[in-house]
Design a protein around this ligand. Structure first.
Ligand code: IMP
Length: 421
């Protein structure tokens, strides 16, 4: 299983892309098209929001699990893009139980943020939160509903009823016309029907046959709705434990959990970020690391690596390995700083990630300094190829988390990876 160990955008897609080569099934288990990753294959760029990155390997089963929220228009757009590039998409499977993002979810997400004004969360405005809200309220529309127009219409009607007041300004919006919406989603159903399946069963069958299933997490631990920096979080559970629910397997089916973490830290949207930098080092990280969102194009907030947050992520996910990405971006920075503890606004030392948001909002990071390196590490492929200062930096991360590093990204290309052991 691959999960994000920070605030997202760690480069999970690249790690999944590499590991997918050895997997038989790749399945996503939460989130929706709020996620986004770019994969560079033979000089060609692929951007994914919903489809698991394994799709680039012909013959692999790539599943969108029941825990994912699916915007069918976006999914079809992605499929068309892949078809145009002559990528075989016959391995795609979509859970019949996954929930659908409806036009009113997108409107409510955008309106909700506007109403919050200064208190906005900075969502991706893709309708994720309202869709999960409807799921919990048992007012959701599921993938299987697209195949039954009568049920579809009834369910859309029922879902719209309690939202009437909120949607009053959009009364005449053609996107919200019951008849048009039913037709639109019925059309999506026709197009997606060949791919709709019981994806939990696909996982069980693969596991029973001793095949490898790769669980692909989206977003990340500190954006988890239960364990992250609530309310500045996404509306699903990106932590490892949630993969069992979102894919339909048992905890004993999982034998490895890898956390993906950048060699520094970034965050998109609002919320606490104790190691955030507002200086030329932050600019260096943003420019050199191309820290702009794949989904929204927003500038990412940048800062030093935060061990307090990473230790928290290691324990929440019980990580068995770490993949560190974008080590190359640190070249030229000397010294490299790493946050090892926080100091509360009252002066208390905090070694653990504080559970109280007020404490976290007021906390400042305290750092250790490590020597930097100037060398371009882009051509390194083994640990011995790396400069000593880079190796020491990685050893420091292992010491402070107790989790072994198995992969280190040294550039955007898929071959630009140092593998350990
Ligand atoms: P939502 O998931 O669109 O509701 O946004 C909630 C929060 O999660 C916002 O701060 C977003 O910026 C953040 N977020 C959602 N998806 C991603 C992602 O894939 N990478 C990084 N941040 C994300």
């Amino acid at each position: 299983m691959i999960v994000g160990a920070q605030w997202g955008d760690e480069g999970k897609g690249k790690v999944v892309d590499l590991l997918a080569e050895r997997a038989d099934v790749v399945i996503r288990f939460q989130g929706g098209n709020n996620a986004g990753h770019t994969i560079v294959r033979d000089g060609e760029e692929f951007k994914f929001h919903l489809i698991p990155s394994g799709i680039l390997y012909p013959g692999k089963t790539c599943a969108i699990g029941n825990g994912v929220v699916v915007d069918p228009g976006v999914l079809i757009g992605e499929l068309e893009g892949l078809r145009r590039k002559r990528i075989d998409i016959s391995g795609l499977r979509i859970s019949a139980n996954a929930h659908l993002i409806m036009p009113y979810h997108v409107i409510l997400d955008t309106e909700g943020e506007a109403k919050l004004g200064k208190l906005e969360i900075g969502t991706t405005k893709r309708g994720i939160g309202p869709c999960y809200t409807d799921k919990a309220a048992r007012l959701g529309i599921r993938v299987q509903d697209m195949l039954d127009p009568k049920i579809l219409r009834k369910k859309i009607f029922a879902a719209l009823e309690p939202k009437k007041q909120l949607l009053r300004p959009f009364e005449r919006d053609p996107r919200l016309d019951l008849h048009a919406m039913t037709e639109e989603y019925q059309g999506y159903g026709h197009r997606l029907e060949p791919y709709i399946a019981d994806t939990a069963r696909i996982c069980w069958d693969a596991l029973d046959a001793d095949r490898t299933v790769l669980f692909e997490g989206a977003q990340a631990t500190l954006l988890d709705i239960d364990h992250g920096t609530y309310p500045f979080v996404t509306s699903s559970n990106p932590v490892a434990g949630s993969a069992c629910v979102g894919a339909g397997v048992g905890p004993t089916d999982i034998d490895e959990v890898w956390g993906v973490c950048k060699a520094y830290a970034t965050r998109v949207g609002a919320g606490p970020f104790p190691t955030e930098l507002d200086d030329e080092v932050g600019t260096h990280l943003r420019d050199k690391g191309h820290e702009f969102g794949t989904t929204t194009g927003r500038e990412r907030r940048c800062g030093w690596l935060d061990m307090v947050g990473l230790r928290y992520a290691s324990r929440l996910n019980r990580l068995s390995a770490l993949a560190i990405t974008k080590l190359d971006v640190l070249a030229g920075l000397d010294p490299i700083r790493v946050a090892v503890r926080y100091r509360s606004s009252e002066g208390a030392v905090l070694d653990e990630f504080p559970y109280h948001q007020t404490v976290l909002h007021g906390a400042s990071a305290e750092y250790e300094e490590l020597p930097g390196f100037d060398e371009d590490v882009g051509a390194c492929r083994t640990p011995d190829d790396l400069p000593k200062a880079a190796r020491d930096y990685l050893a420091f991360i292992e010491d402070h988390t107790g989790v072994p590093i198995r992969m280190v990204g040294v550039g955007p290309g898929r071959e630009q990876m140092v593998t350990f052991g």
